[in-house]
Design a protein around this ligand. Structure first.
Ligand code: NAD
Ligand code: MG
Length: 396
């Protein structure tokens, strides 16, 4: 039986993976080594019991008694499940060998567990784009060093990966990332500054977590994905294009030097990308909606407006600088996002805050362009968060 672990099992991606695994027999088909989550310990315990997991971890120490209580409520069915909490427990779970692990924690917290999984050389299905944004070169190097199989789970990157099967990356001219434009895409520019958290959550096509819904509306998500593309596929920033495609049917495209463009199409359902990574290199049946081209009738495309989406410009600045700029960019973006979610920052204040944080750190020579270590990444993350929190006060 294949041994699996899911980091961030209770999130939007984790739930989709759980759904696929459960439909395929759950504990009869897979041996679950570890499941991790955060505050939602009742759901985490339920998943652990259903999959008969060996160990279950909440990222937060304060949630451990509640997790143990939730497990106890299952009586004998939960007796052999080891429960633990905290960052070190997450690492210990990542150190347990498994054949397939899903990195679906949100934010920079996903980086360290992913690193540890790579070290036992199995397959890491990577939804946590922050791993590549903050530490792309060392993450990819670690994967190569230990002979791990790294598979993208972000829908765009899964699409590109699938489109590249059997092709030579040297023959690629352009990679075209598609973007839905998020919940506010039809709002007039002037109105965007009044957008609330609730406004950003009504994503037109995808069902996702709260944070990524905001990032999708601001295009910070696409900015991260540009960087993710550069790191994963090792292409030049100038080869990466972003195009608005409101239907989210084409998940991305690869244009080759002979003029051919290969596109990956499918219903907007993350279970496709997760299922592809789960069964790679095979294609198994997946419970995703099938496309009806006649019902669709047309697909639309538009160039993104960089005034409306300053995050896209910032992504190019980060790639130009490289080094620890990705970690600082991600950290400042997370502070801006926290501020917006808390109602302390306006929707259109997020990008200026990120930009000002990066300029402040550049002026004080606090960021490194040179090759980086994991410690450099962690330090830049802390520094950028502290700086962004101070600067955020100007905006509130
Ligand atoms: P989510 O917020 O729904 O879930 C996040 C998971 O991480 C939960 O299990 C939560 O308990 C856990 N978590 C939160 N904070 C943590 C911490 N500090 N330490 C450890 N665990 C923590 O997020 P999501 O939407 O499922 O996204 C997960 C990752 O996948 C993100 O990197 C996101 O960018 C990426 N992604 C998501 C989608 C999507 O459709 N949701 C699509 C592509 C990529
Ligand atoms: Mg995506």
């Amino acid at each position: 039986m294949r041994k699996i672990s899911i980091f961030g099992a209770t999130g939007s991606i984790g739930e989709s993976a759980f759904d696929l695994i459960s439909r395929q027999g759950g504990p009869l088909a897979y041996e679950t080594v570890a499941l991790t989550g955060g505050y939602n310990v009742a759901r985490l315990a339920q998943m652990a019991v259903e999959l008969r997991a060996k160990c279950v971890v909440t990222a937060f120490d304060a949630c451990l008694p509640e997790l143990r209580g939730a497990l106890n409520s299952y009586g004998a069915r939960a007796q052999s499940i080891k429960a633990s909490a905290g960052a070190q427990a997450l690492i210990e779970a990542a150190d347990q060998p498994c054949d397939w692990a899903l990195s679906a924690i949100i934010g920079a917290a996903g980086l360290a567990p992913g690193f540890h999984v790579l070290r036992h050389g199995g397959t890491l299905a990577l939804a946590n784009k922050e791993s590549l944004v903050t530490a792309g070169p060392i993450f990819m190097a670690e994967s190569a060093k230990y002979g791990a199989t790294l598979l993208p789970v972000d829908s765009e990157h899964s699409a590109i990966f699938q489109t590249l099967v059997g092709e030579d990356i040297a023959t690629v001219e352009r990679i075209i990332l598609t973007a839905s434009g998020g919940a506010l895409r039809d709002w007039p520019y002037e109105r965007l500054k009044t957008a609330t958290l609730a406004d950003t959550q009504a994503h037109p096509n995808w069902s996702m977590g709260q944070r990524i819904n905001v990032d999708s509306a601001s295009m910070f998500n696409k900015a991260m994905e540009i960087i993710e593309t550069k790191e994963f596929f090792k292409v030049k920033p100038a080869q990466i294009e972003v195009i608005l495609h409101p239907e989210s049917i084409i998940h991305s495209m690869v244009a080759y030097q002979d003029g051919a463009v290969m596109a990956h199409l499918g219903a907007p359902d993350m279970r496709h990308a997760i299922g592809y990574a789960l069964h790679y290199p095979m294609r198994e049946k997946l419970p995703v909606p099938r496309l009806d081209f006649v019902a669709l009738s047309q697909l639309n495309f538009k160039a993104p407006d960089l005034t409306r989406y300053p995050a896209l410009r910032l992504a190019h600045e980060v790639m130009h600088q490289s080094g620890t700029f990705g970690a600082a960019f991600n950290a400042a973006k997370d502070v801006a996002l926290d501020g917006f979610i808390a109602g302390q920052l306006g929707f259109m204040d997020m990008a200026p805050l990120v930009e000002e944080t990066l300029s402040t750190l550049m002026r004080s020579n606090s960021l490194k362009n040179a090759p980086l270590s994991l410690d450099d990444v962690v330090q830049s993350d802390h520094l950028a968060k502290t700086t962004a929190r101070v600067l955020a006060q100007k905006f509130s």
